[in-house]
Write a protein that binds this ligand. Structure first.
Ligand SMILES: N[C@@H](CCC(=O)N[C@@H](CS)C(=O)NCC(=O)O)C(=O)O
Length: 204
């Protein structure tokens, strides 16, 4: 299997899961800084011009964090990355959807990629400030979701690497103050060997 990634991106969530699974895989660098995602070789892999993309052993490609992670979880049942009971399974999907669709694509995008929302650079500070305001609400929700549990739904699941990558961006890149339970989750994640190996691939 090959995972297409770029340093510092959400692709780390998939690499963490691959490290948890422990089967051989290759990380293939996509040079986002030089717009490789917009050029023919990568467009043939993922016409959405995004990482992560997972190329399976039969050559087929899966995209989107949630789809890739669910496939990895279902095809490696011995790793127990998907909760067995319906309530926790649904709560895992609920958290992942919020992290990906809202925290990443709405809040973080305003902070880190305001140019995706407007060509007018004068509007960037307003967008960034709005993104940070949204992050306050987002992380408060995640803090409440965690409650007294060590992981998002109790046991470690597909949702934890997702919460990790948004926490990583917030804490590491913009020094956003994570609320206490999210901060503890972030530290717990960094203590996992899978996360340390994935961070090393990202040069960190
Ligand atoms: N919904 C996608 C989002 C993927 C995404 O936005 N990836 C970013 C990196 S974190 C990317 O490839 N950006 C390149 C670009 O927008 O040109 C997922 O969850 O996998």
């Amino acid at each position: 299997m090959k995972v297409y990634y770029a340093p510092g991106t959400c692709a780390i969530g998939i690499q963490i899961l691959l490290e948890e699974i422990g089967k051989p895989y290759e990380s293939v660098l996509v040079d986002l800084a030089n717009q490789a995602q917009m050029k023919a070789p990568y467009l043939a892999v993922n016409p959405k011009s995004k990482v992560p993309a997972l190329e399976r052993d039969d050559g087929s490609v899966l995209t989107e964090y949630q789809a890739i992670s669910v496939w990895l979880g279902l095809t490696n049942p011995d790793k127990h990355l998907i909760p067995a009971d319906a309530e926790r399974h649904a709560r895992m999907l609920e958290a992942m959807d919020y992290i990906v669709a809202t925290m990443h694509m709405q809040s973080w995008a305003r902070i880190w990629r305001p140019m995706k929302f407007t060509d007018n650079a004068a509007e960037f500070p307003v967008l960034k400030a709005r993104g940070e305001e949204m992050f306050v609400k987002d992380f408060a929700l995640m803090d409440k979701t965690l409650g007294d549990k060590p992981w998002v739904v109790g046991d470690f699941s597909l949702a934890d690497p997702a919460l990790f990558f948004v926490s990583w961006w917030a804490a590491d890149r913009i020094k956003f103050p994570l609320p206490p339970r999210v901060a503890a989750h972030y530290e717990r994640m960094k203590a996992r060997p899978s996360v340390q190996r994935a961070l090393a691939v990202h040069g960190l």
